[in-house]
Design a binder for this molecule. Structure first.
Ligand code: NAP
Length: 255
């Protein structure tokens, strides 16, 4: 028998081929969910499945974990993913984790319109498209669900070189709060997580000098690990957080 906080639930995780999304797949499967790892890079999503099958508790009520290719910024691609999932599992996921995200850093005075649009399209519009399509499917079939959107601490405080990224992540919080107000009547909860600096490929382009100066502002004095965000994702996905919706929670070492 499968046990765990989210036992028997079907979870879709975007950006699942790397970092926080991959860790979310691992923790959700450890807690008994069947996981669909979706990423624009199918091979990396499949790698997540291969690596987390070893961690999973084994059989589960819904079916096997799977990998899928999706570009969250493209509505057709998101619709195709929904169709594939409904065909394979005969029901929509009741846990959605929007972790796909990109950066295209530059100073405000130098940022190109393309870089601004690219970041807004993936981080903000992508989360919107996935929420809209999958929440629609959820309301038709299920009596409850949980959506977890990954924002960033930068969306709250801003960051030099990240006007596009910070704007997109502030938007994710506002969008989360608005969706929570609309979807409460369906018992679908929508919450946001604001990670601080987490050790994943997305921060590889940040110069070491900048990281060291930012760490001085982190009371815990270190970079976080992806699983430290994933544990909160699992909590927010589960009934343990059944009275939480519209929340925006920092996981930042106190930054
Ligand atoms: P990551 O390791 O780069 O993972 C992001 C994943 O999303 C990658 O596999 C990426 O694929 C995928 N992706 C990018 N664009 C996509 C698209 N259009 N459709 C589907 N998948 C797409 O970064 P991470 O640190 O885990 O980031 C996860 C989330 O946490 C992001 O939203 C990020 O903004 C947020 N976050 C991270 C930090 C941090 O310090 N790490 C802090 C605050 C917030 P490619 O590799 O092909 O681009």
């Amino acid at each position: 028998m499968v046990t765990g906080m989210v036992a028997g639930r079907l979870a879709l995780v975007t950006g699942a081929g790397s970092g926080i999304g991959r860790a979310a797949c691992q923790v959700l499967s450890r807690e008994g969910a069947t996981v669909i790892a979706a990423d624009r890079n199918y091979d990396s999503a499949m790698q997540t499945i291969k690596s987390h099958i070893a961690l999973a508790s084994g059989s589960n009520a819904i079916g096997d974990h799977s990998a899928a290719e999706v570009d969250v910024s493209d509505s057709k691609s998101v619709q195709n993913l929904l169709k594939t999932v409904l065909t394979q599992y005969k029901a929509p996921p009741t846990i959605i984790v929007n972790s796909a995200g990109i950066t295209r850093d530059n100073w405000l005075l130098k940022m190109s319109e393309d870089d601004f649009n690219a970041v807004l399209n993936v981080n903000l519009k992508g989360s919107f498209l996935v929420m809209q399509s999958f929440a629609n499917a959820m309301t038709e079939i299920s009596s409850s669900g949980s959506i977890v959107n990954i924002s960033s601490i930068v969306g709250k405080y801003g960051n030099m070189g990240q006007t596009n990224y910070a704007g997109s992540k502030a938007g994710v919080v506002a969008m989360t709060q608005s969706a929570a107000k609309e979807l409460g009547k369906f018992n679908i909860r929508v919450n946001a997580i604001l990670p601080g600096f987490i050790r994943t490929p997305i921060i590889e382009t940040v110069p070491e000098k900048v990281i060291q100066s930012l760490l001085k502002l982190v009371p815990l004095g270190r970079i976080g690990e992806p699983n430290e965000v994933a544990e909160l994702i699992a909590f927010l996905s589960s009934d343990k957080s059944s009275f939480m919706t519209g929340a925006a929670i920092d996981v930042s070492g106190g930054y």
